[in-house]
Design a binder for this molecule. Structure first.
Ligand code: MF3
Ligand code: CO
Ligand code: CO
Length: 248
């Protein structure tokens, strides 16, 4: 079921989104070569707790940590552990944060030190693809408009679009209807309504679009080993457009 949020719920979603943003900003300060991904996990969970928030990836369908950290050819759902971030890595950080019962979901990919121009472009265009998708959002637009815009933009920069994982509605649950794919046909799919909150989250690869899963049962990697980037915002649908809830 697609939920339409009341004024009161929208206010709470905005607060959750703000704490999500602040947690990303806190993590950014610690993102340097030598830091382990489980140290980042602790930074995020301590910071969230201090602000009265819960990181709801912990225990979600058995996920063992509070945030997802996915490096280089890892697309999403990387499990924090002993691995150290190093120069030349790209690091995607994705988490869902709950405040007073309402969820916010956002992801960013960071470049650590020296990477090739090709990898720089992957990260830059994946972030741009998120905004290309967001610009389609308004009451009356279709889910397919978002995916179509993202897909066309990605292909115009020779990047491929992961299809196995998609964006989603969000509210009191991390994942609600409808699905929000990063591909699709203009004018097709569910019609957006004022008061819906959705997550748009392009995952783009330098190589082919195909992905697999590591033996840990979570980490999604590109099949060809090429680098992958991921950006995500939680967005409110308004009468004339949108409001980004995890933007600041
Ligand atoms: N934040 C992710 C999303 O964008 C979901 C994380 S999966 C989990 O939908 F298991 F880590 F929770
Ligand atoms: Co997410
Ligand atoms: Co999401």
């Amino acid at each position: 079921m697609v939920s339409i949020k009341s004024e009161r719920e929208i206010a709470l979603m905005k607060e959750a989104g703000h704490y999500n943003y602040l947690t990303h900003e806190e993590l950014k300060k610690h993102l340097k070569p030598g830091v382990t991904t489980e140290e980042l996990d602790k930074v995020a969970s301590d910071f969230a707790k201090k602000n009265g928030c819960i990181l709801s990836c912990l225990g979600y369908e058995g996920f063992p940590k509070s945030i997802c950290v996915s490096i280089n050819d890892e697309v999403v759902h990387g499990i924090p552990g002993k691995r150290k971030i190093k120069n030349g890595d790209i690091v995607s950080i994705d988490f869902t944060l709950k405040y007073k019962g309402y969820e916010s979901d956002s992801a960013r990919t960071y470049i650590i030190g020296d990477v090739s121009d090709e990898v720089k472009n992957l990260v830059k265009y994946t972030e741009e693809a998120l905004y290309v998708g967001i610009k389609e959002v308004k009451a009356g637009a279709k889910i397919g408009d978002i995916g179509n815009a993202i897909e066309n933009f990605a292909h115009s920069h020779n990047l491929s679009v992961v299809e196995e994982l998609v964006g989603h509605g969000i509210g009191t649950n991390m994942h609600e209807e409808p699905d929000v794919p990063n591909y699709g046909e203009k004018g097709k799919g569910y019609t957006l309504k004022e008061g819906m909150t959705i997550c748009i989250e392009p995952m783009l690869n330098l190589g082919k679009r195909y992905v697999g899963m590591l033996d840990d049962g979570w980490t999604i990697v590109t099949e060809d080993g090429s680098y992958s980037a991921h950006f995500e915002h939680t967005v409110l649908v308004t009468k004339d457009g949108y409001e980004i809830l995890t933007g600041e």
